[in-house]
Design a protein around this ligand. Structure first.
Ligand SMILES: NC(=O)c1ccc[n+]([C@@H]2O[C@H](COP(=O)([O-])OP(=O)(O)OC[C@H]3O[C@@H](n4cnc5c(N)ncnc54)[C@H](OP(=O)(O)O)[C@@H]3O)[C@@H](O)[C@H]2O)c1
Length: 257
């Protein structure tokens, strides 16, 4: 099992779906975790997850921050929450940029509002948060930044062009940040999950998901939150020190990179 004792992690979009599973897995491996989310309706989910994490071990700390990462003020809200939680000298070792949104609309109907909705959260969000956290990364190095993309980054999916393009753009950020931040042992990687049951997947047209399942080499099934979360925990661990600038297809062989 990856050993994350003593590490501090931030997971965005940790109230439900994949992000909640990633936060739980990091905490199960010993990391203290800040959970970020944005909807009032998700506050009970966050509180449940906090309770679950607190039961794991007395050494694991957990906190949460409600902030809309599609706004430019979210990173400072998250940094303030970090200060209140662990003190102003606390460092972050692991950042998982997970929160994202999709818009389903064909090219002919796309609007500027659709573009803003997807790119402000899926691309500007990770840029501003990662940038704001740079001075708070552990000065000892060996930090871990894990961007959550999607197999959609390299697929042609009807009516999902903004989402697919945002995840392809995230790959560009991942590779360049790996080049910029690697000198002290920090790694930057991206995980591209295939379909996993979640509220986001519920919005994807059934025909697309059925086609993906049929082409998935491992058992023609959906992935599970835990299968993706375990890859996050491994990439976050010291064992993954020699992997950087990579995109991992976490899709049961649906997409082969
Ligand atoms: N599920 C899949 O099949 C699948 C496949 C490939 C890739 N992915 C990727 O995996 C990641 C998680 O997907 P998911 O299916 O778990 O999504 P989800 O169930 O829709 O959950 C989205 C999470 O992001 C948060 N969020 C949404 N808008 C936000 C905003 N403006 N500011 C801050 N947080 C915001 C939500 O918080 P609230 O609860 O507060 O709204 C929630 O915690 C995404 O990057 C997605 O693209 C998912």
């Amino acid at each position: 099992m990856p050993n994350l004792q003593g590490k501090v992690a931030i997971v965005t979009g940790a109230s439900r779906g994949l992000g909640a599973g990633m936060a739980l897995e990091l905490a199960s491996n010993g990391a203290s975790v800040m959970l970020t989310y944005t909807s009032d309706s998700s506050t009970p989910l966050i509180n449940d997850l906090i309770t679950k994490i607190l039961h794991l071990s007395p050494k694991v700390k957990v906190s949460s921050c409600k902030a809309d990462l599609s706004t430019s003020s979210a990173p400072s809200a998250i940094l303030s929450a970090l200060d209140s939680w662990l003190g102003p000298s606390a460092h972050v070792d692991i950042l998982v940029n997970n929160a994202a949104v999709e818009v389903i609309n064909p090219l002919s109907a796309l609007s500027v509002a659709d573009y803003t909705k997807v790119f402000d959260l899926n691309i500007r969000g990770p840029i501003l948060l990662t940038q704001a956290l740079l001075p708070r990364l552990n000065p000892a190095g060996h930090n871990r930044i894990i961007n959550i993309g999607s197999v959609a980054a390299r697929c042609g999916m009807p009516s999902l062009s903004l989402y697919c393009a945002s995840k392809a753009a995230l790959e560009g950020l991942t590779r360049c940040w790996a080049a910029e931040l690697g000198k002290d042992g920090t790694t930057v990687n991206q995980i591209n999950p295939g379909p996993v049951q979640s509220e986001m997947l519920d919005n994807i047209p059934k025909g697309i998901v059925d086609g993906q399942k049929a082409r998935t080499l491992v058992q023609n099934r959906l992935g599970t939150v835990e299968e993706v979360a375990r890859i996050v925990a491994w990439l976050a661990s010291p064992e993954a020190s020699w992997v950087s600038g990579q995109v991992v297809s976490a899709s049961g062989g649906l997409e082969l990179y």
